[in-house]
Design a protein around this ligand. Structure first.
Ligand code: ZN
Length: 359
């Protein structure tokens, strides 16, 4: 793309309505950041585990830059990594525009796993970054398995069990292999994909430190510089919290108790603390309708009862952070994520779709 075309594109994007993929991030509303700050504060105040509640405070926009030079800055800033996984955070608030949809789906249809991380994660085969199905008609169990495998990887990086210099192609395996460490994601970076092509040598550090100047391509990218692995670990923490938070957005999952309840929330934003009835896929969704469910959410009454089915995203974020701090075993954390964030209502679970409210 020539610089003038790029400039025109940026100008076009700037004129487009501000709609982000999932909860907005700065420079739009900092919803992910606000939830993360509350989870951090809650985890810090807790002496240990379990954490079953956090102080109820309104979610307010905050300027992450103000946290610079504090120990929380990297984590809070990194919660937006999945929205801009090639390092273009300034435009990530503009993701859900018709233009990015069109270009990314075109690229993904042509290039599959060679498409860049931005398009793959928002419109292609890495939508589990955002707790979504990759396409309509996937079983809830398959999507959930991907989410938990990605969580396993992120938790391993966050706790330093997986080092920043480990090779991601070796970690995930170049082919689909039953019994592989991240079985549900085995082969994810394999084949002739950019990540694992000969001599590419993508490490965990590579994955989390791209700085690209073009939203849609790998051609204008270089690797960020990091001396101590702290950003790599922070981005893994942020990506884990991001996925948990996104899983409560109505455009991503349907956690409501029945179809009438779902219909009643069309066009609105709500955090519901119920089990997952369906994972949605973004392809085919109306981006404006998706954006409406990503506004500042109300918390449903289901989140306030002690016998709630799942923890709300702030409480879940708090015990995940505490688990990382205490280096709990993955087996325990997987069990809790499965039970307290991603349980599926087997009796009523449906294959993925765009969702009734997002057609
Ligand atoms: Zn997201």
């Amino acid at each position: 793309m020539t610089p003038s075309v790029q400039f025109a594109l940026v100008a076009l994007l700037a004129l487009a309505p501000l709609r982000s993929r999932a909860y907005e991030i700065q420079p739009a509303d900092g919803m992910h950041e606000a939830m993360t700050v509350q989870s951090i504060e809650c985890a810090r105040a807790a002496k240990g585990l379990p954490i079953t509640s956090c102080p109820r405070k309104p979610l307010v926009d905050l300027k992450v830059r103000r946290l610079q030079n504090t120990e929380d800055y990297q984590k809070v800033f990194s919660v937006n990594w999945p929205d801009g996984p090639t390092g273009i955070h300034a435009v990530s608030a503009l993701i859900r525009t018709g233009l990015t949809y069109k270009k990314c789906t075109e690229y993904f249809d042509q290039m599959g796993a060679n498409t860049n991380l931005f398009c793959r994660s928002h419109y292609g085969d890495l939508q589990f970054f955002h707790a979504m199905a990759n396409q309509p008609n996937e079983s809830a169990d398959v999507v959930r398995a991907r989410i938990l495998a990605w969580a396993q990887f992120l938790y391993g990086v966050a706790t330093s069990e997986i080092a920043p210099d480990e090779d991601v192609c070796t970690l995930f395996g170049r082919e689909t292999v039953a019994g592989a460490r991240f079985e549900a994601l085995a082969g994810l970076w394999g084949g002739d994909a950019t990540v694992c092509k000969p001599n590419a040598h993508w490490t965990v550090y590579t994955l989390f430190n791209w700085k690209c100047s073009n939203l849609f391509s790998w051609n204008k990218c270089k690797m960020g510089v990091e001396s101590d692995g702290s950003w790599t670990r922070a981005r893994a923490v942020g990506a884990l919290l991001h996925m948990i938070q996104d899983s409560f957005a109505l455009g991503h999952t349907d956690r409501l108790v029945n179809d009438d309840a779902t219909q009643a929330m069309c066009g609105r934003a709500l955090v519901s603390c119920n089990v997952v009835r369906e994972f949605h896929s973004y392809r085919g969704q109306d981006s404006k309708k998706h954006g409406m469910s990503d506004q500042w959410p109300a918390f449903d009454s289901s989140c306030f009862v002690p016998e709630r089915a799942v923890d709300d995203p702030i409480v879940a974020g708090a015990w995940v952070l505490k688990s990382i701090e205490l280096k709990r075993s993955w087996a325990e954390v997987k069990r809790d994520l499965g039970d307290r964030v991603f349980p599926i209502a087997n009796a009523v679970a449906r294959p993925s779709s765009v969702g009734e409210c997002f057609k």
